[in-house]
Design a protein around this ligand. Structure first.
Ligand code: FES
Length: 97
């Protein structure tokens, strides 16, 4: 298997809009750049606005940060919820919010 040179991010709540990004991209930054539509306010892990659900590809996201745990229960994390501004993706993901 060749290493991915781009990853695909699908914004399910935005009509399934799909964009490409470099590996290890920040999910909120890609959303901002490509008009993906994930809600946000602070961009810094404080407000909780960017809560979203990784419906597919949770294995392609990095480790949950302490800042995210202030907004997400263990159950939510187990269901695939993340804070977009704190999440980096290294493979294809589909996200809703
Ligand atoms: S935008 Fe405020 S926590 Fe992510």
């Amino acid at each position: 298997m060749r290493a991915a040179t781009t990853v695909q991010i699908t914004f399910l709540t935005n009509g399934g809009k799909t964009v490409e990004a470099p590996p290890n991209s920040n999910l909120l930054r890609v959303s901002l750049r490509e008009k993906g539509g994930i809600p946000f306010k602070c961009g810094g892990g404080l407000c909780g606005t960017c809560r979203c659900k990784v419906e597919a590809g949770i294995a392609h996201t990095d480790a949950v940060k302490a800042k995210e745990r202030r907004h997400l229960t263990d159950e939510a994390i187990a269901e695939g919820y993340r804070m977009a501004c704190q999440t980096f993706v290294n493979g294809d993901v589909s996200v809703s919010w």
